[in-house]
Design a binder for this molecule. Structure first.
Ligand code: PAF
Length: 284
């Protein structure tokens, strides 16, 4: 595996792969890699000739300076994991390599970016669009892989692809969970053992919400999830919203056969660690 740290080296490597007709897969990450990332990497490995994984904690997508500061950074372990997974190129640039000048671009990402994470973390998705558009230009991938834990992020990236006319397949990959149901996330590394024991309540409650959805209204399922989790010590729900999985806009009625599914998206503070998760509701 090659470790590339500069944009110019990356571009010349990508150009020579392209010239010899090779397909390129990109898995963009912020490092602190876990089995969820590995599932994206393994899938991308099978589907492309050249596999690039970027490891870059992108400052422009953090609206909270302490979140950026405490974001886990584990480069040595990440490199070992990527080597093991037979990755061709680990792209690990510095902040000044990616942003030699401040990035002042504003993307018109539309309504998918205005709700939930977009509302709670102003500027977050614009920062994601800045880095992902740069990575797409630098790596020119045929396919790019994203995890469904960040369900809204995938919708935003599809919008970015449309806005910027990128000819790239966006491949969404299912959420990976611990055996106790907790969605794998780099931020889980910041949970104390006490909080690790509590956090699986989130998924447990989302599963109960699916059962309730057969007999209860959208509003009462929202209330159930919010109240149940807020009653658990150390959990504090920031939002739980049931949205149309295509538009990401909140719904008030369960969709019927033939419509996009409903998806419940949640952000919860577990102590001082903010976790997100989501669950799809079957069509009624
Ligand atoms: O999902 C992430 O880890 C990040 O938002 C991404 C897509 C790597 C951009 O920094």
């Amino acid at each position: 595996m090659e470790i590339i740290r500069t944009v110019s080296n990356l571009i010349s490597r990508v150009n020579s792969a392209r010239q010899s007709g090779k397909t390129i897969g990109l898995v963009p990450t912020m490092g602190a890699l876990h089995d969820g990332h590995l599932s994206l990497v393994n899938r991308a490995r099978n589907e492309n000739d050249i596999l690039i994984v970027s490891v870059f904690v992108n400052p422009t997508q953090f609206n909270n300076p302490s979140d950026l500061e405490t974001y886990p950074r584990t480069e040595e372990a990440d490199v070992a994991m990527l080597r093991n997974a037979n990755v061709d190129i680990a792209f690990i640039p510095s902040v000044s390599e990616i942003y030699p000048e401040p990035d002042t671009r504003i993307f018109d990402l539309g309504p998918v970016a205005d709700v939930m994470e977009g509302k709670m973390r102003p500027g977050h998705f614009n920062g994601v669009a800045q880095i992902v558009s740069k990575l797409f230009r630098m790596t020119q991938p045929n396919r790019a892989y994203f995890g469904e834990k960040d369900f809204q992020q995938i919708a935003v990236i599809r919008k970015l692809v449309e806005l910027e006319n990128f000819d790239i397949d966006i491949v969404d990959c299912p959420i990976c969970r611990d055996s106790n149901g907790l969605a794998l996330s780099s931020r889980n590394a910041r949970l104390s053992p006490e909080k690790i024991a509590i956090a699986p309540q989130i998924y447990k409650t989302l599963l109960q919400a699916v059962t309730k959805s057969y007999s209860e209204t959208v509003a009462s399922v929202v209330q159930f999830v919010t109240q149940t989790l807020n009653q658990v010590q150390h959990l504090d729900v920031e939002y739980f919203t049931i949205v149309d999985s295509a538009t990401l806009q909140p719904i008030s009625e369960w969709p019927k056969e033939g419509n996009p599914q409903a998806i419940g998206c949640i952000a919860v503070f577990c102590g001082d660690v903010r976790l997100i998760d989501n669950i799809k509701f079957p069509l009624k």
